[in-house]
Design a protein around this ligand. Structure first.
Ligand SMILES: Nc1ncnc2c1ncn2[C@@H]1O[C@H](COP(=O)(O)OP(=O)(O)OP(=O)(O)O)[C@@H](O)[C@H]1O
Length: 353
């Protein structure tokens, strides 16, 4: 059983603040995601949890016990990295066995554990190969195997799938989720990929410039982003924004007219998810948006239309129905008032929270 807490963690490298008063609660047995753009402080956070890096101030707690001065080994963590970090001169079997040999287990126990892990990861037929004889996906499985064999309390994974091509990445992503569920262990996983975060995480923490923007279950954060940054970070295609000004109680821009919003602010920014735009008006007070379609991307089960609004803003629309682009020089889209996200001038959500 391992829960992990970060309490008021600050980290500076010389004079640069890299983590700014970070507070996090990772529950026992959950798949927890640290999501953020490059340089947001994800790896630094993970390294501080691991004990590879010391925080400038604040506490790390494992099961409510302060572990600030404990080494990674004492903390009982195992790490998996993007670049696999396998020993090139050792076979797959010996790479996986390595942590156990270091701990002086008997050969029989080591063999048994290695076989068990190899079976879990589908590596049985590769045990006698060297890392150079493996594909990226196989190498990452070995790296995972080396973590699994140690049976740690917490798994820390730093972008483990980002060196793999899309198909293998999706496959290992599913395997990883199943392994985590079967093991019932705490996983803390760093990624910059919002799709990976949404599909794997029980909870997601979104970092920006060393600060936490929002923490929550994936759909909770997706449906209820606290600010524009989070709304734009989650979702593919990305959310559309429209700056609006209040005029006689109605919010207007060159592209939209919105009645029936009860906001105090004179200037707001409206967010509309690409999947919230419909080809037919459903309610009388639906908001209308006209675009000139420019191009269409088809993904089989859905299409994304990229068009220009009246004010020449690029707009992305996601439709599940078939759509013949050539027949349209202009298309009208309808959005339910309840599907609008309303942000204030400072980027914070003002409609609900
Ligand atoms: N040892 C170091 N010395 C000085 N600055 C550092 C050091 N390690 C990291 N940084 C800085 O801290 C910030 C956060 O880095 P970190 O690696 O945690 O970000 P990240 O979100 O993991 O980024 P990426 O996705 O690119 O790996 C960056 O601006 C980085 O330049």
């Amino acid at each position: 059983m391992v829960s992990v807490k970060l309490k008021d963690i600050n980290k500076k490298f010389s004079n640069t603040v890299v983590l700014n008063n970070m507070n996090l609660n990772v529950e026992d047995k959950e798949f927890f995601i640290l999501l953020g753009a490059s340089g947001s402080g994800k790896s630094t956070t993970l390294n501080i949890i691991a004990g590879l890096e010391r925080a400038t101030s604040g506490d790390i707690l494992f099961d409510d016990k302060i572990v600030n001065s404990m080494s990674p080994v004492q903390r009982g963590i195992a790490m998996v990295f993007q670049d696999y970090a396998l020993y090139p001169h050792l076979t797959v079997r010996n790479n996986i066995a390595f942590p156990l040999k270091m701990r002086k287990y008997t050969k029989d126990v080591i063999d048994e554990k290695v076989e068990e892990v190899a079976k879990t990861l589908g590596l049985e037929e590769y045990l006698n190969r060297y890392p150079r004889e493996l594909s990226g996906g196989q190498a990452q499985r070995v790296s995972l195997g080396r973590a699994l064999v140690r049976d740690p309390g917490v798994f820390l994974l730093d972008e483990p799938l980002s060196n793999l091509d899309a198909k293998i990445r999706n496959q290992i992503r599913v395997e990883l989720k199943l392994i985590q569920q079967n093991l019932g262990k705490t996983f803390i996983y760093v990624t910059h990929d919002q799709q990976e975060a949404m599909s794997l995480g029980d909870h997601i923490a979104i970092l920006r410039n060393g600060k936490l923007e929002q923490v929550g279950a994936p759909m909770e954060v997706y449906k209820n982003p606290r600010n524009e940054y989070v709304a734009a970070f989650l979702g593919e295609p990305v959310i559309n924004f429209f700056e609006m000004v209040k005029d006689s109680g109605v919010y207007v821009s060159d592209d939209l007219i919105i009645k029936g919003i009860n906001a105090e602010e004179k200037e707001i920014n409206i967010g509309i998810r690409p999947e919230s735009m419909k080809l037919k008006r459903e309610k009388e007070n639906d908001v209308e948006l006209k675009i000139r379609p420019q191009t269409i991307e088809s993904f089989g089960s859905y299409s994304v239309i990229i068009g220009k609004s009246k004010s020449n803003k690029e707009v992305r629309v996601r439709l599940s129905e078939d759509f013949d682009l050539h027949s349209k020089s202009e298309m009208a889209l309808y959005i339910s008032i309840s599907d609008l996200y309303i942000f204030g001038k400072n980027g914070d959500r003002i409609d609900k929270n």
